[in-house]
Design a protein around this ligand. Structure first.
Ligand code: PLP
Length: 456
């Protein structure tokens, strides 16, 4: 039996093709091409089983913030796994890393966001936000306050409820949605595609007015929360007009609607701060949702942060012996929390936030050069999040047809040249590890210059 003599990495390709249902995958090309098996990774480089190395310009999936192969994080995880790999945190049990991490996160969170509920990733952290907000209003006797307002093109995850929050049209194709009346979407803050004739300030007024009208239409007494990413990620890296988040937060406050900031991508340094809501956009949300960068992608972890005001209501027994019946087996998993503690330690020790504040604007400035290519309609982003929107007709801002595969061609051409970018719809997305250097940013931009000429 030759198969059993093969190394696991040689068996992986076929095993994958036959048995592994991949997330978010085009099965036409998958059947033809199979997968690229990534074998090892170090710093900003990943290597496939053919031995070819690539610059990972997407940090795995917006998450490997400190880069690959960090032995400090792996050691912290290994040490915790050997000492005590798991025990539940339900009721009165806890573990050392989960407890310490909650305090470290609270210390860095804005305002009174002092209380952390752990889950396993961004989707479960968003589900937690909504479930506990509903519970909060129920406890206050405001049982009608249930509706959530989200935004078109927002991405909030793939569990049944997080997918309902998600406003990207394409991801709903062929799927059902839970109660359409529970989640309502308003316009994306898409400056590039704003109505003709509006400047940035007028567009901001337009968006705030739209939300005001929607709240009025639904009845503020029926709306529990508004959810938004500080900078939209998977929806195409959309940076809102100046003042947008602050004004929306104010509108929410006036209507006793809680503001949930989905900082799954923007939290833990991608925009040069621990959290972007206050330090980049000037407002303190009621709830912050975090995942990905919190453990630098080394282990699954989600954390939903709640304000003192919400905590005061939900952390009180409903009746003697009554429990807050929400939680996951892996809420506060010690190995994930140990990875997160090591992550925070490195971010601090290596001054990663100031590094991002230095290289982030450099990346944005260099990427603007791509506008010299006719197929590039817009280049946008903030610090180490960037989106390059491709267009067939720049003058009229018309995108390529969905089946043209324009962004996929850029992805393939860049990969051949040793750089991994991410095509989402008409946009090439970049979210490199936060440790990226200016020289590595140059490689990404130069590679994109070369690949753009192959599209059209
Ligand atoms: N929220 C945002 C803003 C995200 O970008 C993502 C994932 O990309 C999620 C939530 C879902 O996180 P997860 O895939 O860990 O469930």
């Amino acid at each position: 039996d030759t198969a059993s003599n093969e190394r696991p990495e040689d068996r992986a390709w076929l095993a994958d093709k036959d048995h592994f249902i991949h997330p978010y995958t085009d099965f036409t090309t998958f059947q033809q091409e199979g997968s690229q098996v990534i074998r090892e990774a170090s710093g900003v480089t990943v290597t496939d089983t053919g031995g070819k190395a690539y610059l990972d310009a997407i940090a795995g999936l917006w998450c490997m913030n400190l880069g690959h192969g960090r032995t400090e994080i792996a050691d912290a995880m290994g040490e915790q796994a050997r000492k005590m790999a798991y025990f539940n945190t339900f009721g009165h049990s806890t573990n050392v890393p989960a407890s310490l991490l909650a305090a470290e996160v609270a210390k860095r969170a804005p305002g009174s966001l002092n209380h952390v509920f752990y889950s396993t990733g961004g989707s479960t952290a968003n589900d937690t936000a909504v479930r506990l907000i509903h519970y909060y209003f129920n406890r206050l006797g405001r049982h009608a306050k249930k509706k959530i307002i989200s935004r078109n093109d927002g991405y909030h995850g793939s569990t049944y409820f997080a997918s309902a929050l998600t406003g990207i049209h394409g991801v709903h194709l062929g799927f059902d949605r839970i109660s359409q009346d529970l989640v309502h979407h308003v316009s994306a803050a898409n400056l590039y595609r704003r109505p003709a004739g509006m400047d940035e300030a007028q567009f901001c007024d337009y968006l705030v007015d739209e939300l005001r009208q929607r709240i009025h239409q639904l009845g503020a007494e029926n709306v529990a929360a508004f959810i938004a990413e500080p900078v939209m990620g998977a929806g195409g890296v959309l940076v809102a007009p100046a003042g947008y988040h602050r004004r929306v937060a104010q509108l929410c406050r006036e209507n006793e609607i809680l503001y949930i900031a989905d900082e799954v991508v923007t939290g833990f340094g991608r925009l040069g701060h621990w959290f972007a809501s206050e330090d980049r956009f000037g407002h303190v949300p009621d709830v912050i949702v975090s995942a990905k960068g919190i453990s630098s992608g080394y282990c699954p972890l989600g954390a939903t942060l709640f304000s003192d005001a919400i905590h005061e209501v939900i952390a009180v027994p409903q009746a003697p012996g009554g429990v807050l019946s929400h939680g996951f087996t892996y809420s506060g998993h010690p190995v994930s929390c140990a990875a997160a503690l090591a992550t925070i330690d490195i971010i601090e020790r290596e001054n990663i936030l100031s590094h991002v504040r230095e290289v982030g604007p450099y990346m944005q400035t260099r990427l603007k050069e791509l506008l010299r290519h006719e197929v590039v309609g817009d280049v946008r982003g903030d610090h180490l999040m960037a989106g390059i929107e491709l267009v067939k007709d720049r003058e009229r801002r018309i995108n390529f047809a969905p089946d043209s595969g324009a962004t996929h061609k850029v992805f393939v051409a860049a990969r051949q040249r040793g750089v991994i970018v991410r095509p989402v719809g008409n946009v090439i997305v970049l979210s490199p590890p936060l440790v990226i250097s200016k020289a590595e940013i140059d490689i990404i931009v130069d590679t994109l210059h070369e690949t753009m000429s192959e599209v059209g």
